[in-house]
Design a protein around this ligand. Sequence first.
Ligand code: HEC
Ligand code: HEC
Ligand code: HEC
Ligand code: HEC
Length: 212
Amino acid sequence: MADNSETRISISPKYWIIVAVLFGAYSVWFIYTTRTKHQHGMGTLGYVGAEKCKQCHEQQFKDWQETRMARSFEVLRPGVADEAKRIAKIDPKADYTHDSNCLPCHTTGYGLVGGFSTIEQTPLMAGVTCEACHGPGGGYVDTVMSRDKPTFLTKDAVEQGLKYPPTEEVCRVCHNSSSPFVGMNYVFNFKEHVSRGTHHHYPLQYKHDKRG
Ligand code: HEC
Ligand code: HEC
Ligand code: HEC
Ligand code: HEC
């Protein structure tokens, strides 16, 4: 009995020093990571997915679902859009769903925080979704853009990553002649494409250019 309590007393100070050191290291790490997150907005700038946008923009979501861009991942599968692939001189029997040459333009946020990585891991980021045109929602959804304060300023949302209105440059990231499906003399007509390929536009209910 006496032996036992002696060993316990002689071991515990060392034990507590180790615990203290580990706790100290953890605190430093914790403070460091949360601070850098706030500084660079890393944790908040990621992609959130179209399902999130659907919660408040159901009409745009429904229209968008019918567009070719919403389904643009499907054309990477073997046996889909055969004729277009033959014309572009690529093998229609091949599976391009894991081909890093195709994924940047046929998915959303490829390789970025919250964006597409593989179809198995991130099925909701397949195709050209809301955030491909409007920017990653992690920064502006709920923080600036919310139902509680529907009169937020567009400018404030834009500061947090919203692209509005999406400009021609946004489309040209993908609509350019490095796509194997368009010729070198491809002309991208912005106005005409906007009317054909996004979703119907519903007039905004609130003013977003000034307070009040
Ligand atoms: C919690 C609700 C909510 C969510 C989620 C949400 N929005 Fe919004 N959004 C709003 C409200 C409210 C407005 C203002 C609507 C109006 O004036 O009619 C708005 C406006 C917009 C506008 C117009 C810009 C402007 O200045 O008003 C765009 C573009 C937009 N949202 C895109 C998105 C996208 C993309 C997502 C997903 C990443 C998203 N929203 C998620 C509530 C939301
Ligand atoms: C630079 C961006 C970009 C890259 C890279 C890219 N695509 Fe595309 N792809 C597009 C765009 C934009 C269109 C739509 C062109 C149009 O009709 O205006 C398209 C169209 C297609 C179509 C035609 C769909 C149809 O319904 O007719 C197929 C199939 C396709 N791409 C497959 C691929 C494959 C496979 C790869 C990789 C080998 C690839 N794309 C790489 C941007 C790209
Ligand atoms: C992330 C890449 C990407 C971005 C950004 C993008 N697109 Fe596309 N777009 C595609 C791909 C890929 C297709 C081909 C889809 C298919 O046919 O399967 C396509 C197809 C289309 C089509 C249908 C093709 C046709 O000729 O009818 C229209 C219209 C279109 N895009 C308009 C736009 C507009 C307007 C913008 C910008 C506001 C834009 N896109 C931004 C990748 C993109
Ligand atoms: C291919 C690009 C593209 C995609 C994908 C896209 N949008 Fe848009 N969005 C636009 C353009 C362009 C406008 C019009 C801006 C203007 O009025 O000049 C717009 C406008 C809006 C507006 C303002 C109100 C309106 O209806 O015009 C909202 C809200 C919006 N988008 C939400 C969404 C949501 C939610 C999704 C996904 C379900 C989505 N958008 C997908 C390009 C896109």
